[in-house]
Design a protein around this ligand. Structure first.
Ligand code: ADP
Ligand code: MG
Length: 332
């Protein structure tokens, strides 16, 4: 999987502690500045491992795997981490009218995109699995921190939102260690903490979704913000000339095709950015822009198949298009 956002430049003499590793099925890059950087970075990696061990559907002993295995039978007592992320995922499932759906797992598993089992399923298979997808079947018991899934074979997948939560949690670890300048990149889910050590804002590149590796088409300057991108170029396979990617429309069971190839959300909290980048990808340009504009403090960059870039008005002076093959329609 490619990393969709990256630091463009940082011209100063302060040397960061850098940690690159592979966790949560993606490339993790931490760049931490300051006196406690080494300790802060190590604690951050531990925290990522900890969250992954609770929320991954690929780890048999995770809380999510245990909860899914009990679907239709009984509930599972969860850590506040997992309980909270399921709550957020269902909140966004409601807010997006089911464009995001916390219970998408049967569809994700059927397609197996990014795994050895990836394949184009038959329409019959898809329709069978679609019957299981309905976030309203996730039943919360807040007092006991317990979640139950109503019907057998239904299952939760937090892939659209867990990395955003993780970025927010790493931010906390860094702040607890008195770090005021850092860049967290969880496979394109970025949090830019504070400013660069020289006091200027971070310059974040937005990946060109049409180029296969690491090229950016424009940049934005941010301070203390989350920048999250979802795209069809991250995990996909091609069959008979058709690209099948990993963001599904829960109404059809097929990869979402609404004319967008990349969505980027800039927000204070990365969990919101992660949920909204996936959701707006599924909703498409018009509904996506409407949704983002209805939420205070959230900005977006949407890129369409026909190489047009749209942003919310708040980015008109900040987004700098560098690749002239794309045209930029400023927000109104
Ligand atoms: P990435 O993991 O590449 O950063 P996203 O944040 O956009 O990308 O999340 C994609 C993941 O979300 C998929 O791999 C899958 O686990 C999950 N997912 C796909 N479609 C949906 C959906 N409609 N609702 C909720 N989760 C989804
Ligand atoms: Mg997401």
């Amino acid at each position: 999987m490619s990393v969709s956002i990256f630091l463009v430049s940082c011209k100063d003499n302060t040397k960061p502690v850098e940690k690159d590793t592979y966790l949560m099925g993606t490339i993790i890059q931490l760049k931490v500045y300051g006196k406690n950087a080494e300790k802060a970075a190590n604690e951050s990696i531990k925290r990522i491992n900890n969250i992954e061990s609770k929320m991954s559907v690929n780890i048999g002993t995770s809380e999510i795997s245990k909860l899914n295995a009990k679907a239709g039978v009984s509930g599972e007592k969860l850590s506040s981490d997992t309980y909270g992320v399921i709550e957020e995922s269902v909140k966004y499932s409601k807010l997006t009218g089911g464009a995001l759906d916390a219970s998408i797992e049967p569809i994700v598993k059927l397609w197996g995109i990014g795994t050895e089992k990836e394949r184009l399923p038959s329409k019959t298979e898809i329709n069978e699995k679609l019957k299981l997808v309905d976030y309203r079947d996730i039943i919360f018991d807040k007092k006991n921190s317990n979640v139950k899934i109503r019907r057998a074979n239904q299952a939760i997948d937090l892939g659209a939102i867990a990395k955003g939560y993780t970025a927010d949690e790493i931010k906390k670890v860094l702040i607890d260690n008195k770090i005021s300048s850092a860049l967290i990149n969880l496979g394109g889910n970025v949090f830019a903490l504070g400013n660069k050590p020289d006091g200027t804002s971070w310059n974040i590149g937005i990946q060109n979704p049409l180029s296969s590796r690491g090229e950016y088409l424009g940049t934005i300057k941010v301070t203390n913000k989350s920048v999250v991108t979802s795209g069809n170029y991250e995990r996909f396979f091609i069959k008979d000339g058709v690209r099948y990617h990993h963001i599904f429309n829960p109404k059809t069971g097929y990869p979402a095709e609404q004319g967008l190839i990349s969505t980027t959300i800039i927000s204070d909290k990365s969990i919101d950015g992660d949920a909204l980048s996936t959701s707006t990808y599924i909703l498409g340009l018009d509904k996506g822009l409407k949704l983002v504009e209805s939420i205070k403090g959230v900005e977006a960059i949407f890129i369409t198949k026909d190489k047009k870039i749209y942003t919310t008005p708040g980015l008109n002076d900040t987004f700098d298009l560098t690749n002239k093959e794309f045209t930029y329609e400023k927000g109104r």
